[in-house]
Write a protein that binds this ligand. Structure first.
Ligand code: MGD
Ligand code: MGD
Ligand code: MO
Length: 774
């Protein structure tokens, strides 16, 4: 046996994109291979090892030079530009604890923004949002965020319409097994991109989306892909492609509803018994209030979908058991509440609502949704947050720029607190937020920014105090994804670098200094907590009649298989509503599907009236701005990574063009601009500019370009992003006064060839680290 053999270890782990065997040698991860049994594993995992030990790994606590020299200052301007100073743990913890103490004493706990939105990694105990929120709540509270970047508009509008949020729609809507058995037609607004099934929050052992799709096709189910991008459905589906203009789904849905109503093909029984507000909705469709019937000719002018196609599609819907599937992208837009409301209304008229294999659904195809029900693992306990202030999550830049300002939100009026300190662990606002140039300005406002991350990514570069944390491969944990039936052990494959700690380690040490160490840890080590969460999960499962072995067995075996969980476990399925709406009311004021909501109407928001309405988006191919910026930018989820995570990994890097993120462009648009496949281009509008590498594609409709999210933001001194992050271009404004969700989909741009030698991508060069000035 050689030395090398002796130090090679094999362990298993679970990541948001799958379960893998991890091979390590001499303390370094050298390979990840998908575990057997996953029929459609993700290539993201095998590309990870390089990143775990990359030169841009943070290996010691760091403090921004200007902050260390001058102390906490508002608008000091150096954040994101200055070098860092490496300090000891002792010093970094003392500085952070001192700042937390100072801000609480001088300004109160609401001056701390701890929303800290983001995905982090899959393990349940080390889940960074749970860690940071528990810590800050015990500190006395923090300004929190509500809703998500994923689903904000629907999170807020759906309770008014169907009496429950996105989960309730996903759990009550048709699942794949029912679609395969009873369904005939699936119309999907925003496609069914198989890339989006790769990742499941919390991990997944078996990717089954593709198998279910095949089963449905084999059973004769037909698919329609309503999307500017043909590849949003797998070629195997043989889907009919309806390439509408982005941001116009509501107009198309209204016209489909118009045909159903005027041709008397709508489900009169369902809309009278199970819905409220049909008369007002019909009146709006027919043009009562504004003199404009929402007929196919009207919709053709907006969507560029031929009127004849709309009529034919409406008749197809009326004649077949139909799923109206709504992807989440269609609501990440100006007035994003409307396509969800209109989609539910269309399903209500379709004749399939509440029947097996038909009706409204959301996110079929995303994160394995619609494949199985969902068991829950116990999470770290959360004490109540004593600070009442919240912001809708995507209003972060407004919050930092405009303390004291008020905004409307779902019938309430919120006042922005004056934020002095931002604390982030497990998310990346320089990935997820819109209009990054504006965020960079807003980000100079707080006096102190504290960040935990493992890498010198755009977030840690924009921090004052950086705590380097262990990666998911460097700690023990347990996980169960939202569509998974395998409760799995995550084993530490390698130890973290010498001066790197876990999030829990950092928060425990800070809590100790701040006087609540025992409360935070409850006297438990990390191992104790993993065992504790397992035991709590086991007790919870027992209540549902499921027995799993004790912790020792679980940890030895590496996983426990749970029985498949039936869909619609809470009995809230729409079939009950259809059968007897009086006995099985929805949690809406009327107990029915609200095609008109007097609650929303009563808010009096011009940008979100009381029924599904076509409201022109701030930017779209039909707006005057298209004269200057004639291309609609779709910034969708990346195929090659999860958001910005592992952008430096092999899979993500292999897809880059001249080191930049690929921009999909129709050949016609490219030729008109003298752009060829493989060229580096400049994508720009009034908000910003980035470089990208062109990939010509007939799968995107003319007038639309696609630049996936997640390339690490790489600003040159003049603000040009050299790498291809679409969020330097996107619009930072709420969907409406109702949800205040992100509206990144509402973005027009122009593209020109980049003249001369493009600047080198520097996203993965670590920042300068200097000795402390004495
Ligand atoms: N233009 C545009 N923008 C979008 C979207 C879009 O469609 N278009 N989509 C939006 C959506 S839906 C979402 S959900 C967001 C996603 O936005 P985020 O969830 O913020 O993106 P991630 O890149 O997953 O960020 C996770 C960060 O956590 C770090 N991390 C991982 N594990 C740990 C850990 O254990 N501890 C700590 N401390 N850190 C850890 C990673 O290094 C990474 O920096 O983006 C949104 N932004
Ligand atoms: N591989 C991978 N999978 C992921 C993620 C990831 O980062 N990587 N992120 C996960 C997360 S956090 C989320 S929230 C989900 C998001 O799931 P979605 O929001 O559904 O995903 P997107 O990829 O943003 O959008 C899907 C498609 O909608 C189309 N589309 C864009 N605008 C319009 C429009 O106006 N009308 C219509 N009809 N179609 C439009 C685009 O062509 C796009 O490809 O995905 C999850 N899955
Ligand atoms: Mo998301």
């Amino acid at each position: 046996m050689t030395d090398a053999d002796r130090t090679t270890t094999r362990t298993t782990t679970t990541l948001h994109w799958g379960r893998y065997e991890v091979t390590a040698r001499d303390g370094e991860v050298i390979a990840l291979e998908p575990l057997a049994g996953d029929p459609d594993h993700s290539p993201i995992g095998p590309g990870m090892p390089r990143v775990n030990h990359a030169p841009y790994r943070i290996r010691q606590p760091m403090v921004r030079a200007g902050w260390l020299r001058n102390g906490p200052r508002r608008d000091a301007g150096g954040r994101g530009r200055e070098p860092f100073v490496a300090v000891s743990w002792e010093r970094a913890l003392e500085l952070a604890a001192g700042e937390l103490r100072r801000v609480v004493a001088d300004h109160g706990n609401s001056a701390i923004y701890g929303g800290s939105y983001g995905w982090g990694s899959a393990g349940r105990f080390h889940h960074p949002q749970s860690q940071i929120h528990r810590f800050l709540a015990m500190l006395g509270g923090y300004t929190a965020s509500v809703n998500s970047y994923s689903q904000a508009a629907m999170e807020v509008v759906l309770p008014h319409v169907i009496g429950g949020g996105p989960d309730s729609l996903q759990e009550r809507g048709p699942a794949w097994p029912q679609i395969a058995e009873h369904g005939e037609l699936v119309i999907s607004f925003g496609g069914l991109a198989t890339k989006n099934a790769q990742v499941v929050p919390g991990g997944v052992g078996r990717h089954t989306q593709r198998r279910w799709q095949r089963e449905a096709v084999a059973a004769g189910v037909r698919f329609v892909n309503v999307s500017p991008v043909r590849d949003d459905t797998d070629p195997e589906l043989g889907a009919r492609w309806i390439p509408l203009r982005p941001g116009t789904d509501t107009a198309l849905m209204l016209a489909l509803a118009h045909v159903l109503v005027t041709e008397d093909r709508h489900d009169e029984d369902f809309v009278t018994r199970c819905c409220t507000g049909f008369d007002r909705f019909r009146d709006y469709l027919l043009g009562g209030p504004d003199g404009q019937p929402k007929d196919p000719a009207w919709a053709e002018g907006i969507t560029e979908v031929p009127a004849a196609t709309i009529r034919e599609l409406a008749r197809d819907i009326a004649g077949h058991r139909t799923v109206v599937n709504l992807s989440w992208s269609i609501q990440r837009q100006d007035h994003g509440e409307q396509p969800y409301w209109a989609g539910i209304a269309l399903a209500a008229l379709s004749g399939s609502f509440g029947l097996p294999g038909g009706g409204p659904m959301s996110g079929l195809g995303i994160s394995e949704l619609g494949t199985r029900g969902h068991w829950r693992v116990a999470a770290l306990p959360q004490p109540p947050n004593e600070v009442p202030d919240v912001i809708p999550v995507a209003r972060i830049a407004d919050l930092l720029l405009h303390p004291g300002a008020t905004i409307d939100y779902d019938g309430r009026r919120l006042t922005f607190p004056d934020i002095r300190l931002v604390y982030w662990a497990g998310g990346n606002p320089f990935h997820h937020h819109q209009d990054l140039n504006r965020l960079v300005r807003a980000w100079q406002r707080p006096e102190t920014v504290i960040v935990h991350d493992s890498w010198w990514n755009p977030l840690s570069r924009h921090a004052d105090i950086v705590f380097p944390v262990a990666t998911a491969l460097e700690r023990d944990d347990l996980a169960l994804g939202r569509a998974d039936v395998t409760l799995s052990a995550l084993y530490r494959a390698v130890p973290p670098p010498r001066d790197v700690r876990t999030d829990y380690g950092v928060f425990s040490a800070l809590a100790e200094r701040l006087g609540f160490g025992d409360r935070f840890t409850e006297g438990r080590s990390e191992e104790d907590w993993v065992r504790e969460l397992y035991d709590r999960t086991r007790a919870r499962l027992r209540e549902s009649g499921v027995d799993i072995p004790g912790f020792e067995t679980f940890w030895r075996e590496g996983s426990v298989e749970l029985p498949p969980r039936p869909m619609n476990p809470d009995g809230g399925a729409f079939d009950l509503l259809r059968a007897d709406p009086e006995r099985h009311p929805l949690a809406t004021p009327s107990g029915k599907v609200e095609l008109f909501s007097s609650t929303v109407h009563g808010f009096g928001y011009p940008d979100c009236p009381g029924l599904p309405t076509w409201l022109e988006p701030a930017e779209w191919l039909g707006s005057p701005l298209a004269g200057r910026f004639p291309l609609h930018l779709v910034s969708n989820q990346p195929r090659t990574r999860l958001h910005s995570q592992y952008d430096g990994g092999d899979y993500s890097q292999a897809a880059k063009i001249a080191g930049r993120e690929p921009l999909l462009m129709h050949p016609r648009d490219a030729h008109a601009r003298g752009v060829r496949d493989g060229d580096v281009v400049r994508v720009f509008n009034d908000r910003g500019a980035c470089l990208a590498g062109v990939r010509l594609s007939e799968s995107v409709r003319p007038g639309v370009v696609v630049l996936a999210t997640g390339a690490w933001y790489d600003p040159a001194p003049d603000g040009l992003d050299r790498h291809g992050n679409p969020n330097v271009l996107t619009r930072d404004a709420g969907t409406s006064r109702l949800a205040q969700g992100p509206s990144s989909g509402t973005t027009l741009v122009e593209v020109v060839p980049e003249e001369g030698e493009p600047p080198r991508v520097q996203a993965f060069d670590p920042p300068e680290v200097i000795p402390e000035a004495r």
